[in-house]
Design a protein around this ligand. Sequence first.
Ligand SMILES: [Zn+2]
Length: 243
Amino acid sequence: MKWTKTLVAALVCTTALSAPALAAKDDSANVIAPEAHYTEEKAPANYNPAAKSSTRVNSIVPDAANPIIVLDPGHGGTDPGAVGNGIRESDVVLDIATRSKNYMAANYPATLYMTRTADTTVSLESRASFANSKGANIFVSYHINSYTSSTANGLEVYQYPGSTSSNQLSTNIYNKLKPYYSTLRGVKSAEFYVLKYTNMPASLGETGFISNATDATNLKSATFKQNLAVGYAQGMHVYWWGF
Ligand SMILES: [Zn+2]
């Protein structure tokens, strides 16, 4: 009789211990996306903290002149970024950013550049240096999130900490992307390299988790990627032209 009680207790105990391992816990809410921070490469030679501070703290939308916009598909070449569920971040973001560029070229009077147009390796320093050399008014970096738990999912957009103009740009983009997500993780701040060392208002989008099956399925859809591309473009339009 005593042996039976011990056995039952052991079985209950084993079940209780193994349950958390079966259901992956999503504790990602306050985790910053796994992108390169400003400490990972040296600052570009044309980084101008003075110009940066004067433009980033300016909360007034610039005048009606046509903007110079640099679109930055993250990763590429030897760096695929996040990989999972049969897709690579570097491929997905190049597709979305190219769609954004094509949409804006057809619809907006803006001068447009991309930091890469193929699956090539581009350093962080080169990305920021390129935008600075073009005198860009807007810099937007395209990324896909990932996390150790496959349940983490949804949209987040990053601004440079404390920058009013970066916050405006990021919020405008976020608001235009929101309709395509059921999980809204908000506008967050991080000192990512491309946000810190670009001399102009900058934003970095994390449009879903490659580690989540549903997000990844969406990111394989041309229609979904086109919606995101237009959302990014419309967010930039609101930031610059005010509507
Ligand atoms: Zn990335």
